[in-house]
Design a protein around this ligand. Structure first.
Ligand SMILES: [Fe+2]
Ligand SMILES: [Fe+2]
Length: 355
């Protein structure tokens, strides 16, 4: 039975009268808001290094670091139109620093991490400590730490920047400072934190550094050796051989808002599919393979970047029968876990049907 026309007209007039009062009925939006599972707009996507790299080098010809502040090509999620984000919480960009260049010092409340893609000889100075970059290294710049980049070497250096910028924007707590000088004094020994945390399981007396890791640099050489030394029994059905980068003082994630993992997919390995309530960005460090995300296959090779949105099923495969493939990822999982909202589930069929 339909309501009488008089009721319908009264209802429409009522709804129209709400708008100028900045009011709206919840009941028309209720099911759109409280969905049974995440319904985000972020989509899985892959950026090919073979396509990205020439554009970044072109930016190097056209834009100086002085003009740019940071010469970064942002990796924008095609599902998040109009937003500067790779997932609703994470930002990713590919940055180029040419020989002789500096990217001047600043600090901001969003935290950042770098995963080096190509080149060596450049450094990031973090609160007075230079951290030198080599391919596969992870370098942290925790929230509000002074940082600048320099390349005194003779080759272009390219790295993937990961930030929690969209999250910090949503929370409306973005703060930034630009001092007048171009670079900060390297007042501490180079790579000091690497020397303080040389030996896994041993650490100097706890500094009062807040929630971020006081170890600022994680060398790929050490990470690769640790992964290669893992026995087959350590393999996870969803990630094969995986290690999480940790804060050596807490054993927890490297940053309160972002965590990082490194993983080795052994030759021929195909993992099972699962999904979790966190989003991740992956950099392919070595090898070739593919990931199936939300039923679609994304083939990747070294330098490629791909994104897995929250609650999207995913599985990884190393197609090579001989060479191991290595991935480093950053994720908002620590944030989600700290709110008690993390959950994870296996795909009921083990693998996804391809769309
Ligand atoms: Fe920065
Ligand atoms: Fe996963």
């Amino acid at each position: 039975m339909h309501p009488p026309a008089s009721h319908r007209m009264a209802y429409e007039a009522f709804v129209q009268a709400l708008q100028p009062l900045s009011l709206a009925p919840l009941w028309t939006e209720y099911h759109r808001l409280l969905t049974p599972a995440p319904q985000g707009k972020a989509r899985p996507h892959l950026w090919r290094y073979a396509e990205l790299r020439p554009q970044l080098l072109r930016a190097g010809e056209l834009v100086s670091t002085r003009e740019a502040e940071r010469r970064v090509l942002m990796l924008l999620n095609p599902g998040l139109e109009g937003q500067i984000a790779i997932t609703p919480t994470l930002f990713a960009g590919m940055q180029l620093l040419l020989p002789g260049e500096v990217a001047r010092v600043h600090r901001h409340s969003p935290a950042a991490l770098r995963i080096i893609v190509e080149g060596k000889g450049a450094y990031t100075t973090v609160d007075g400590q230079r951290c030198f970059m080599e391919p596969g290294d992870l370098i942290l710049t925790p929230a509000w730490s002074w940082h600048d980049h320099g390349n005194p070497g003779n080759e272009p250096v390219i790295w993937l920047d990961g930030l929690d910028l969209p999250l910090i924007q949503t929370l409306n707590v973005v703060f930034t400072e630009h001092p007048t000088q171009a670079q900060q004094q390297a007042r501490l020994p180079d790579d000091l934190s690497l020397r303080l945390y040389q030996q896994p399981g041993l650490r100097p007396p706890a500094p009062d550094t807040g929630p971020a890791s006081p170890l600022l640099s994680y060398k790929w050489q050490r990470t690769a050796a640790a992964l290669a030394a893992l026995p087959a029994e350590a393999a996870s059905p969803y990630d094969d051989l995986l290690l999480e980068y940790t804060n050596p003082h807490t054993g927890g994630p490297v940053l309160p808002t972002m965590g990082c993992t490194a993983q080795l997919l052994r030759p021929g390995v195909q993992t099972q599919a699962h999904r979790h309530a966190s989003s991740s960005v992956y950099l392919v460090v070595q090898g070739r393979g593919y990931s199936v995300i939300d039923g679609r296959r994304y083939d990747w090779e070294a330098g490629d970047v791909f994104v897995i949105p929250s609650w999207a099923y995913h599985e990884h495969a190393n197609a090579s029968p001989h060479e191991a493939a290595a991935l480093i990822s950053f994720t908002d999982a620590p944030l989600i876990r700290s709110l008690g909202l993390y959950r994870e589930e296996a795909h009921p069929g083990g693998h996804q049907p391809l769309a």
